[in-house]
Design a binder for this molecule. Sequence first.
Ligand code: DLL
Length: 427
Amino acid sequence: MAGISQHTSREELRELQSKRLRDTVEHAHENVPFYRERLDEAGVSPADIDGVDDIETVPFTTKADFRDEYPDGLFAVGDDDVLRIHASSGTTGKPKIVAYTEDDLDLWNAVMARSMDAAGIGPADTVQNAYGYGLFTGGLGFHGGAEELGATVVPTSSGNTQRQVELARDLESDAIACTPSYALYFAETADEMGVDPRDLSISTVLYGAEPCTEPMREEIEDRLDATGIENYGLSELIGPGVAAECREAQDGMHIWEDHFYPEVIDPQTGEALPEGEEGELVLTSLTKEAVPVLRYRTGDLTTLTSDECECGRTMVRMDSVTGRADDLLIVRGVNLYPSQIEDVVLEFDPIAPQYRIDLYREGTLDRLELTIELVDGFDGETAALREAVLDRLENTLSFRPDALDLVEYGTIERTEVGKVKRVYDHR
Ligand code: DLL
């Protein structure tokens, strides 16, 4: 099923996508009452879909649709054919439940193996998988991919960080798969244990599942003396394995377009945006059986490019996710993403990659407090540093936080399990 070369021409790829899109729309229309109603209402019959040029006639699917159809209203197959369930726990409301047939699991393993191969991982490597195992797709997704590739997988799951450090040292793990915040936590824990994380044999960090700016990647690479490779995905589409960076370029994540068709739209109007413009990523599954997904609004903001990549792969690349449409902080009329603040503050060497943003409402006004950590052993002058950070924020983002707290290294609570939380909205 995954039998297409990653170097295939874009024309050939488009033909394959068109055929697969027709099949998917037909499958969804025939087997999911939700899609049948939506398509019928929009006056779209599967027979009208000649190819990807017609995709804009298909209505969007949203997170709310997943929640409304909880638990299995979007399933296109019966229980007999479902082999596995996963779920993505939002911060509010019901989780989004997803299912996999045997072919879906094969597909998932294939795209994960492809992602890890692009990261330079091979059969001789030992991959320590510190993504959480369970309903979250990170653990089992990377697990299946590593096995498919023939690598050795150490299924540590998340947490138990001291033991993870010991295992990485004793088993000489070549790669660690985990969130970017956990990669830093892992390095800090090693330091505390008297193990220099740079001396470990880890040479690749397969990070993903949460936003990571370029300065944060550099920090991870430096702390672990390893190459950081970004991975992107979401449960609704399959889990990790939707897009992955190549080691050759480390310059955007190749979307595995033979299985997931990407579009970028203006989040306000829903209009398609030309390549190169930032907007909301919309994905359509092209080969999934249990839960086909048509034009899913991911909420993730990114930019696509089909410019030639130095690795030779022809599949489009997406930029690191700047933020989610729903992460947008509107503070006194200024629109900000937490990642923009991260980008600015981490440019300062004395600032450690740990921060939190607290939002309050005072009367009718918003108040944003930023807390950032100083590097370990910082003994410089904080007053000047504070002013420099405030000025840089103001010049770059036209925004000055109401309070900026520079705190000692180790003060901000770390996230050992799950996705990091950096924004606390008390409004
Ligand atoms: O986080 C799947 C995954 C696991 C991806 C491990 C990569 C590595 P969900 O829990 O369903 O699935 O969350 C999906 O996480 O819509 C994004 O908002 C965010 N996300 C995932 N990867 C990235 C990334 C997994 N590289 C949601 N950068 C997505 C920024 C990411 N955000």
